[in-house]
Design a protein around this ligand. Structure first.
Ligand code: SF4
Length: 324
């Protein structure tokens, strides 16, 4: 059995965000956007990486100071800047995967050509108190974004965040919502099962984390509910003992970076590949691109990344270099 991972670099373009999720340790009120030079510096260090993971706060343009910076730099809005950074990544031989939060169909279309795939965590398909100050976390808005990506046939990553106030049956319902979308559009490549980790200084710093058994049960449930062509990803920096999850059907370990931290959980460093190989028992570790093999073969990725994908992919659609 094959377990995949992607070699990436993580670009937190801004920590300014219109939402206020009670568990978030990433958002900052200090106005700041990563400058082109900072972004490029990371690309230049990204020797083995093939993926540029763009993750940032949702709709930072709500801040007038952000709009002012963008105007000074010659951009109409934040998404135009993101597209420019996507293009810069491609020019450095990296395949962009962007998580921009809730987007309209037009905004998705804007990103589509310059990305190998896009992502948006559903988190949970039910309203939760921790999202009461986060307009972008309304389940219907997130579901609409995922469906619109389906209409545009954009390979897509989504996932569940566990332990943020949902009940066990909410998890099952959220997985059923994703399964239904997949049956209608077929564009979902992976579903991340991510466990909540409390962050100091947040409203949920004293919340209990979901137990190992709960995460295990959710992966088991996900494998039963989701169609077989959807991979299940577990984060190997948040879960130490990954082997039982692989036995239950998890088959992806997400992005691993040699040079950038997990900015969402900076206290938990990425494991090395040699460490991962030890932790997966008899499974075979194989590098994939930010677009999954099935979609590589179907050529469902942004037109601007097709040249790179041709160079980086093998005949099965996995990464050509770095297979084990
Ligand atoms: S949307 Fe993301 S960055 Fe924004 S507050 Fe919520 S968790 Fe933090």
């Amino acid at each position: 059995m094959i377990v995949t991972y992607s070699r990436n670099v993580f670009l937190p373009l801004t920590r300014n965000c219109r939402n206020k999720c009670w568990y978030c340790g990433f958002k900052s009120e200090k106005i700041s956007i990563m400058q082109k030079e900072e972004v490029e510096k990371i690309f230049l260090m990204a020797k083995n990486a093939k993926e540029a993971l763009f993750t940032f706060g949702e709709k930072p343009d709500v801040y007038p100071e952000i709009r002012k910076i963008l105007r000074l730099w010659g951009y109409k809005n934040f998404l135009d800047y993101v597209v420019e950074m996507n293009k810069l990544a491609i020019s450095h031989g990296l395949l962009p995967h962007t998580n921009a939060g809730v987007l309209s169909k037009e905004e998705l279309e804007k990103l589509k050509n310059f990305n190998a795939s896009l992502g948006l965590m559903l988190e949970q398909a039910v309203e939760l108190e921790c999202h009461s100050e986060s307009p972008g976390k309304k389940p219907e808005k997130r579901i609409r974004t995922i469906k619109n990506a389906g209409k545009l046939q954009i390979p897509f990553t989504t996932g569940l965040l566990l332990g943020i106030g949902e009940k066990e049956y909410d998890r099952a319902y959220s997985l059923e919502v994703i399964a239904e979308i997949q049956k209608n559009f077929g564009h979902i490549q992976e579903v991340i099962i991510q466990n909540f980790k409390p962050k100091k200084g947040t409203r949920m710093e004293n919340w209990k984390e979901p137990s190992f058994e709960e995460i295990l049960r959710t992966v088991e449930l996900a494998r039963k509910i989701l169609p077989k062509d959807v991979a299940i990803q577990i984060p190997p920096n948040l879960i130490e003992n990954i082997y039982p999850f692989l036995k239950l059907g998890a088959n992806d370990l997400g992005g691993i970076s040699e040079i950038t931290p997990d900015y969402i959980n900076p206290e938990l460093p990425w494991p090395s590949l040699s460490d991962l190989r030890k932790r997966i028992g008899g499974f075979t570790l194989r590098e994939r691109l930010p677009v999954y093999p099935k979609f590589v073969k179907l050529k469902l990725f942004g037109s601007a990344v097709s040249g790179l994908i041709e160079v980086y992919s093998d005949e099965d659609g996995y990464a050509r270099f770095g297979s084990f």
